[in-house]
Design a protein around this ligand. Structure first.
Ligand code: HEC
Length: 148
């Protein structure tokens, strides 16, 4: 699949074009598994994020992000907390990079934070794309999390 950047889904035209992009993505993914969110991260990045997650997050958020003892990072809890159309990806990233791991905030490299957020997105059903998620507020603020 070609990168979404080829279809003007990123950059200045992001918001007005989003619906068009969603329609395109649904067509491209085929009827069997329509996906309506552009690929925000790469598969390889999410896989690195899984390793980061297991080492630095799973003791509090569960091996499968199910939460225990800390908040779940997937399922209904994730949807109602983050995918309410009021939160951007930057809101999520900000909490992770400035407050997590809760017992050692800010202790990971910026790239590792991007990896672990990519992994969280993947577990929550977001499709991988060709480009990596760049840990830059300007990029993440442009992405509003919503039901998909
Ligand atoms: C020592 C335990 C601990 C570790 C390790 C930890 N967290 Fe947390 N995390 C918490 C607590 C406590 C909260 C506050 C909410 C709660 O009480 O569940 C929280 C909240 C969060 C939230 C916000 C959840 C929400 O619904 O508001 C996210 C996202 C998150 N953590 C991600 C991570 C990631 C990613 C890592 C690994 C880099 C990580 N956490 C590591 C304990 C931890």
């Amino acid at each position: 699949m070609r990168g979404y950047s080829d279809h003007n889904c990123r950059g200045s035209g992001w918001r007005p074009l989003l619906l068009g992009c969603l329609a395109w993505a649904a067509l491209d993914a085929g009827a069997a598994h329509a996906q309506n969110t552009p690929g925000l991260f790469s598969e390889a990045q999410a896989m690195r994020g899984e390793a980061v997650y297991q080492q630095h997050c799973s003791t509090c958020h569960g091996l499968r992000l199910e939460g225990n003892p800390a908040a779940p990072l997937t399922g209904a809890a994730f949807r109602s907390r983050w995918e309410d159309g009021q939160h951007t990806l930057d809101d999520l990233f900000y909490i992770v990079r400035s407050l997590m791991p809760n017992n050692a905030p800010g202790s990971l490299a910026k790239a590792q934070y991007a990896e672990v957020v990519a992994y969280i997105l993947k577990v929550n059903g977001y499709p991988a794309g060709e480009s990596e998620l760049v840990p830059a507020a300007s990029v993440m603020k442009a992405v509003t999390l919503q039901p998909h």
